[in-house]
Design a protein around this ligand. Sequence first.
Ligand SMILES: [Zn+2]
Length: 228
Amino acid sequence: MMHKKTWSDYSSYFSANHLIAGFTNQYYPYSSVIDRVEFAKMLKLDSRKIVIPQQIHSSNVTICTKAGNIIDTDGIVTNNKDLILSIQVADCIPIYIYDYRNQNIALVHAGWRGVNLGIIENSIKRMKELDSNSIDIKVLLGPSIRQCCFEVGPEVGKLFDNKFQENGKGNRTQLDLQGVVIDKLFNMNIQNENIIDIKECTCCSDRYHSYRRDGDKAGRMIAMIGWV
Ligand SMILES: [Zn+2]
């Protein structure tokens, strides 16, 4: 069955003229490079200027100065308004970051590994290297697996504070990774009113691909942000 390819438009959360932020739904079968070009065109962004990180569940965040592939990085930051930032996710948290004073933007792929290793802190640090101040930074957490579905074993649970976990089956727990991320943002002096959590679970909503739900056959969603 053919479905129309649609996306969620998060641009209005940033209320910045000419800043476009989008997120595909499950009817994008897989986020190959061709899909990113097509998605950029749907968003009216310049499809020749896409930055594509090779995501490895690290805490690496890279300041980008040109379009194309970037190896070994899960976060990309830029002050170049010609560049279009993209990542792919299927349960990990797509984090959109915008500094409304300096107009720096970032896009971060945040799973439990990267969050544990410090990708949230590194992202804000990189923004500050481009002269951002915490007080000017807006952060949006996109659709991702949430506590309702995110059961983890004790080896993962022990990496995070108990206050972000509820008891699950046996010795397993349900982890609130979005809560962990928001707590880290508070610690980096990001203001509560500048944090937007979309609060949609990729695993229990059939709008999205989910690795936890669909395993190796899961597709990916594309997150994209850039200027028109
Ligand atoms: Zn869920």
